[in-house]
Design a protein. Sequence first.
Length: 444
Amino acid sequence: MNEPLAIETRLAAHVESILNGAAFRKRERDELAEELYGHLWQRWQDAIASGLDEDSAADEAIRSFGESARLGREVTLAYHSRLYASTIGVLVPAVATTADKPGSYYLVWAVLFGTFWEVTGVLVRAAMAWTPVRAGIGVAGGLLAYVAVLIALMACNARQRWALGFAAFELPFLVWWAAVLLWSGMAVEALGATVVGLLAGTATIAALAPARTRESAQQSVLRRIARDLDPRGLARWLYRRPLPRRMLVGLAILLILGSAAPVVALNLPDPTQIGPSELQVGLSVVCTRNDSGELRAVDVTASFVFSRTDAWPNGVMRALGGGGPTDYVALAVQGSRPNGIPMVTPQATQGPTGRDATDGSTLAVAFAGGDDGRAIWSIPDSARLQAGHRYEIVSNYSVAPGLRDVAPIVFGYDHLERFVLQASATCGQTATGQIVPRLFVVGP
């Protein structure tokens, strides 16, 4: 017959196995352990009272008390909702932690946290700066990945060994998410996250490499570092328990779908945003001549009409903050080249003026760069442009004496760097805009 101390150790071990398979607040572990041990001890006493010896009574008490895995789930359900208990509670059961974490633990944690940081960055960028449909897809996908990465972080902190393998699975996604961030305009943050991810990945690979025996006395420090980064030490420190494969596969699917969704969103046409067919650009050139047919002035009228306007083209942040998109227009007015000799570029008599020809209100136009005859202006209040209204930008030019004609005048309209329409006309002509690759108007 075993000594009472050995019996108590068996009972305590069964209680410990129950708690290792449960999810609850760590500060309540001692109280739960005491309560469970008390119930199990009473069953042992009852079994002895029924006539069994102490050893057999311990077997009967443990058998009747219940399987540790089942009891662990029941303990979890007693402290959490059913959804938590059936998912996160299984993946991240509470395990008593110690402060003596192996060095390689922090490498794995860095990989997980780097991915978590990048997922958060995509979520913020999508919610604040993307157009509505793209933001919806990006946020939905980001949330999927967010859940997967957050659970993996929790599992790593809870000493679950499966988080070690999941960290290796996340390595390529560090670079993938950084590319999405760079693509969507967060270069500085994405660069930092990429550096963290690459360093963490490199260090993890180094930690997973087999330890080599070093015989040189001068390499004792390196030996200590190698031992500290030895993944076998981390594997021993982590708690291994069987997990349903479908849950791990589900987390992997969440991460894959979550990382792909923002890229799909950035390539998907957003029906809430207009296209080139919904903007009409026109150009009219009127030339004034003297009695001998020489040019005295050139009046250029550029016009544009939106059949509809964008919905939140620069995201929620701009919409709620009162800011708006900025469109750009460009105009190139050049002199003719008789006999191959360039003439003097026509000189603007005043800056361009803009107006809403539909209701007569003023359209703000601000100079954005270029020189006389070849310039770019911005429309800082383009968020206020109304569908169906005809807007005009008028420029007046004087010309050098003796000039009888001008080369084609080019007007381009850049709508939020998404598409550019450009029209070209000379004296007495009108033209409509055609789509071009970029806003770059030049003379002949």
